[in-house]
Design a protein around this ligand. Structure first.
Ligand code: B4P
Length: 191
């Protein structure tokens, strides 16, 4: 099973690259951001809780996020692999993911991090905000807070998987196709 963590700060292009990767490798795409937005759209109790954190640019608490992720994986038992997009975002989510995959007789194969400068991230997200309808995309101070939360809580996951020789870094500025080729070369070197 190919279990790929697509990693990087908000706006680095994880969702964009995931779309191409699904096509090439036939993987299930799980985006925790998309799952939360779907719950928000349906006004479920989980969505109402998630909205509170997302609108401030903060992470949704682990106890909500981990359970939701596990439900999604359990609902798709026959897949040949998974792209985890936006998960894990804390070390404790990473540990929970490792335990959960190990119970299923599998493990994270590779983490690919997209590297993009902060000012480019802000520019991209503000541009996306013109059409996305996402209230966390429209306010520069909320976007900067998302980047700060990423640096403090999420970035250490890169080193966590480096210890197992699983982390790779890819430049995230340039054409979507050239970035995709780069990601694929790292995956192909392992599989
Ligand atoms: P996410 O939905 O994961 O969103 P994101 O990080 O903003 O986007 P992504 O990196 O996928 O960027 P995209 O491809 O769209 O998270 C939203 C919120 O949900 C979080 O802040 C948090 O509150 C919550 N959340 C999610 N997961 C969680 C978890 N595990 N734990 C706790 N909370 C969680 O690209 C961005 C833009 O750039 C697009 O407009 C795209 O067209 C453009 N772009 C992409 N590639 C480009 C390129 N090469 N050049 C120029 N533009 C490019």
């Amino acid at each position: 099973m190919l279990n790929l963590i697509l990693f990087g700060p908000p706006g680095s292009g994880k969702g964009t690259q995931a779309a191409n990767l699904i096509e090439k490798y036939g993987l299930l795409h799980i985006s925790t951001g998309d799952l939360f937005r779907s719950e928000i759209g349906k006004k479920t109790p989980l969505g109402i809780k998630a909205q509170e954190f997302m609108s401030r640019g903060e992470l949704v608490p682990d106890e909500i996020t981990i359970g939701m992720l596990q439900n999604k994986v359990n609902a798709n038992p026959d897949v040949s692999g998974i792209i985890f997009d936006g998960f894990p975002r804390t070390i404790s989510q990473a540990r929970a993911l490792d335990d959960f995959l190990s119970e299923r007789g599998t493990a994270v194969t590779i983490l690919v991090a997209l590297d993009v400068p902060d000012d480019e991230l802000v520019k991209r997200i503000l541009l996306r905000g013109k059409t996305s309808g996402r209230n966390d995309d429209n306010d520069e101070s909320i976007i900067r807070n998302r980047i700060k939360v990423y640096e403090e809580e999420t970035a250490p996951i890169f080193d966590y998987y480096s210890e197992y020789g699983k982390s790779r870094k890819v430049g995230g500025v340039g054409s979507v196709d050239s970035i995709f080729e780069n990601i694929a070369s790292h995956i192909d070197a392992l599989c």
